[in-house]
Design a protein around this ligand. Structure first.
Ligand code: NAP
Ligand code: MG
Length: 488
């Protein structure tokens, strides 16, 4: 049994009180590792250490080029660790190894280099106030920031958020998800060889209800960047009221993927299938879980999706041939199953999928794994719970529409506003509808096209507090100060 340690004040150490949490391999259902079950005392150590590093280390005083170079060295170390880190992540959360090793970690290293470069581009403005006075703005780090990370993509989220926060000059405290902390805890070993002062980064594993709650209300933490459910986001807002924390919340979604009859239907079917099923079994905040299809091609398109879903190889995430892995946690596995039941009982018609566990995978070593078949429901009703609620599993609904207006009406009829896909051969329609969709990201004739240089953030209940990524990404981690000078 492997045990992974917290990282506080430059030391790898267990929780003060000695507690551990089991981490399950979702492909087998076995406990494969343990992570510290930290409590408020461990968090206090982390806050003290972060504050001391922020105040006393050279991180804020070295030239920006030096800070950027140190972060680039971290990116190089991350890239060189893709094999072993990817394997830990795959064992811990079930995301196929092809993705973790070959896409996510190398992609994170590229993103880290981009963010490191941004450190050298931090500039303020000068503003003429009147002939005898002018103002200038300075961007300053917030100070001590916390990152609360979900289980669906721990390593890439950690690398991206941590690099941005550090590039901006902050010290950070990271709380990974208890069900998938191993990758992030393991990755802290890289700091032993790097020129990043001890205390600039701490990782404290533990429960959301313990460490997470304590972070939210801690007066020594100036900002929280959170990715996870809208429900937990609301709780963080409540608890963060004490010191009016700066919050960036990246929450859930129920994103529409809208297919017009004039689209390349083959490409649209491939994109819609990858938008919800592969590789991560729908466990993506931007999952295209509502597939809206123009009535005239609805039956044809649903059939194409059925065939594609049936062709996805569900199985061992460590096998390079696997197209879709398991659900990451036991609780989420149960939740997804109950949504499949709910879909049936609400009257949606099951086009394909719905089977789980040993009915889906052949190998006996995987019979206790949290596997769910790619599942598609057909319905005309966007008010069903399976049409409205974020399932966070490989379950989509296909809904027909007759006109642009109706497509937009259905697409926007959700409390969420994270992303939307549009598949059409009509360039005018593409631009017209992109403007009318209430979503932070719109992808035309593609889907899930996330890129670090492109701003990302949710509208409505999908998020608040600004956008991540893009050329101004570091501003999320900084406060503006304006200085006014009277020259007379
Ligand atoms: P969650 O509760 O939002 O978990 C995300 C992170 O928040 C984890 O690190 C979690 O820690 C932490 N957390 C939990 N309670 C907290 C609290 N009171 N204060 C501060 N932090 C807290 O999500 P989940 O329960 O794992 O998953 C449930 C649903 O969330 C999913 O069905 C899905 O809809 C959504 N989700 C969305 C995303 C996304 O990318 N938008 C990602 C994951 C989940 P612990 O896990 O240690 O408790
Ligand atoms: Mg796990």
């Amino acid at each position: 049994m492997q045990q992974f340690l917290n990282y506080i004040a430059g030391e790898h150490r267990p929780a003060r009180a000695g507690g551990w949490l089991d981490s399950v391999n979702p492909a087998t259902g076995d406990v494969w590792a343990q992570v510290p079950d930290s409590d408020v005392d461990d968090l206090e150590d982390a806050v003290r250490s972060a504050r001391a590093a922020y105040d006393d280390s050279d991180w804020r005083t070295v030239p920006m080029a030096v800070r950027a170079a140190r972060l680039r060295s971290w990116a190089d170390a991350v890239e060189a660790s893709a094999d072993w880190l990817g394997e830990i992540e795959t064992r811990d959360n079930g995301r196929p190894l092809n993705e973790t090793q070959h896409t996510q970690i190398p992609g994170a290293a590229m993103q880290m280099r981009y963010l490191a470069g941004l450190a050298e581009t931090i500039v303020g403005d000068t503003i003429d106030v009147r002939p005898s006075a002018f103002a200038y703005t300075v961007w300053e780090p917030v100070g001590v920031c916390a990152l609360i990370i979900p289980w669906n993509g721990p390593l890439p989220l950690f690398f991206a958020k941590a690099t941005a926060a550090l590039a901006a000059g902050n010290a950070i405290i990271v709380k990974p998800a208890q069900q998938a902390s191993a990758g992030i805890l393991a990755a802290t070993r890289l700091f032993d060889e790097l020129d990043i002062p001890p205390g600039m980064v701490q990782v404290v594993s533990g429960r959301g209800s313990t460490v997470g709650d304590a972070i939210s209300s801690h007066r020594g933490i100036g900002k929280i960047s959170f990715t996870g459910s809208t429900e937990t986001g609301r709780r963080i807002i409540d608890r963060a009221a004490g010191n009016v924390k700066n919050l960036l919340l990246e929450l859930g979604g129920k994103s529409p993927n809208i297919v017009f009859a004039d689209a390349d239907l083959d490409r649209a079917a491939a994109g819609a299938s990858a938008g919800i099923f592969t590789p991560n079994a729908g466990q993506a905040c931007v999952a295209g879980s509502r597939i809206l299809v123009e009535e005239s091609v609805y039956d044809d398109f649903v059939e194409r999706l059925r065939v594609r879903a049936g062709g996805i190889q569900v199985g061992d995430p460590l096998d390079p041939g696997t197209g879709m892995g398991p659900i990451a946690t036991a609780g989420q596995f149960k939740a997804v199953q109950s949504y499949v039941e709910l879909g049936r009982s609400e009257g949606a018609s099951l086009v394909t999928g719905g089977r789980v566990g040993a009915d889906v995978v052949s190998s006996t070593s995987l019979e206790h794994g949290y596997f769910v078949e790619p599942t598609l429901f057909a319905t005309r009703d966007n008010s069903l719970r399976v049409s409205q609620e974020e399932i966070f599993g490989p379950v989509a609904v296909a809904i027909p529409f007759r006109s642009e207006d109706e497509a937009i009406m259905i697409a926007n009829d959700t409390p969420y506003g994270l992303a939307a896909g549009l598949w059409t051969g009509d360039v005018g329609r593409a631009h017209r509808l992109a403007r009318r969709l209430d979503a932070g990201s719109v992808w035309v004739n593609t889907y899930k096209a996330l890129h670090w240089a492109v701003p990302f953030g949710g509208h409505k209940e999908s998020g608040t507090g600004g956008t991540a990524n893009g050329p101004t990404a570091l501003r999320e981690w900084m406060d503006a100060k304006s200085v006014v000078l009277d020259l007379s």
